[in-house]
Design a protein. Structure first.
Length: 387
């Protein structure tokens, strides 16, 4: 029994020694780690996915209803401001304009007649005044009778009254002419509504009605876009959108032309974010966009928010407990592993964080977390990430 017990004890001791040796080999021997190192000239870009849109897109139509008798533009056409795009059946309105023009001519003739009567009345009054002055002088010398002088005064007074009436008739004639001209303007304005013109230099995106269609007032006939207002609307995660500002450079890649990169800049930032997706609307405009655009086409946008002359960048996967500003990383200090809480600022498009505080001098940040990392364990740097 004693020998058997001894053999058991020796076996247990051997197993324990082997386990201890394995533990020491795995946990005490220096672990190989990869660390990051400072980089130079690093652009910080924020990614967003969006679509090609335009600031000025309008659906235009007639202010009145009638049948379409002429269409002079179609999908894809380029038009200038004032170009005629369509016309409606306007025979009845044209007749109203002609009738009103005749009324204007009649009113103008009435003005000429009233002016002639005014000249005649003034001449009669001047004659009556001269006659009355002579008779009033002669009655004082008893050359004519008082009755004749009184009759002459009455004739002058009547002539004055006739002049007042004639002046009133001139004013009435002028008022009638002004009313007729105003009515003509109204009828011509209504007639102009039977013609649809381009409100600005544009490209026809869509023609929504065809010849012969009887439309109602306000029905859209064409959809127009101002080509110079085409831009890209990008949706960017709020957590990444903070550094974005108007005027920053950007790069646009269209889904139909993935090999092309179009230089752009931020021209507008939406003041209201999407409450569901928690994304911010950022508008960028190309300096030299593709000659042919397609509204609604998907586009990728990279906005350059900063340019770092020198930066230490740590993969976000190597940062534990990152809250947007701070996180814990593994470091190599004097040949041994340690844990440090670092401060971060920018995040690059490839998911790396810029270290801005908390790192001691000569300490190196581990680029990848490994299960064998233990505080105080010896570490051997085998490679520097990105070097």
């Amino acid at each position: 029994m004693t020998r058997r017990l001894l053999r058991y004890l020796l076996a247990v001791i051997a197993l324990a020694a082997g386990a201890a040796a394995i533990f020491l080999f795995l946990n005490v021997r220096p672990v190989s780690v990869t660390v990051v190192f400072p980089e130079k000239d690093v652009p910080v870009r924020v990614f967003g996915l969006g679509t090609v849109e335009a600031r000025i897109v309008s659906k235009i139509g007639f202010e009145i209803g009638a049948a379409i008798v002429e269409l002079k533009a179609d999908h894809g056409d380029r038009v200038k401001k004032g170009d005629v795009l369509a016309r409606l059946h306007a025979t009845a309105q044209e007749a109203k304009v002609a009738r009103t023009k005749a009324i204007v001519l009649s009113a103008e003739a009435g003005i000429r007649k009233a002016d002639a009567n005014l000249e005649k009345t003034r001449a009669v009054l001047a004659k009556k005044q001269a006659t009355n002055r002579r008779k009033q002088q002669l009655v004082g010398r008893n050359v004519v009778s008082e009755e004749s002088a009184e009759e002459s005064q009455r004739d002058e007074d009547v002539a004055k009254a006739d002049l007042t009436v004639t002046l009133s008739e001139v004013e009435v004639a002028r008022a009638l002419l002004a009313d007729a001209r105003a009515q003509l303007q109204i009828e011509e304005a209504l007639l102009a509504q039977y013609t649809l013109t381009a409100p600005f230099d544009a490209m026809i995106v869509e023609r929504l009605k065809e010849l012969g269609t009887v439309i109602k007032a306000g029905d859209p006939i064409f959809s127009l876009v101002a080509p110079e207002t085409v831009w890209v609307l990008a949706y960017i995660d709020e957590s990444r959108a903070g550094p974005i500002a108007e005027g920053q450079p950007a790069i646009v890649r269209l889904r139909s032309q993935p090999q092309q990169r179009f230089e752009a800049k931020v021209v507008r930032i939406g003041v209201e974010s999407d409450r569901t997706s928690e994304e911010r609307r950022v508008y960028v405009k190309c300096d030299q966009c593709a000659p042919q655009f397609y509204l609604g086409e998907q586009a990728e946008v990279l906005v350059t928010v900063a340019h770092l002359d020198r930066a230490l960048l740590v993969p976000e996967a190597a940062v534990q407990g990152f809250d947007g500003a701070k996180g814990t990383v593994w470091t190599v200090e004097d040949g041994r592993l340690a844990r440090r809480v670092l401060s971060f600022r920018y995040r690059t498009e490839d998911g790396r964080l810029e270290v801005v505080g908390g790192l001691p001098d000569k300490a190196r940040v581990v680029a990848a977390i490994d299960p064998g990392l233990v505080e105080g364990r010896s570490a051997r740097i085998v490679e520097e990430a990105g070097k």
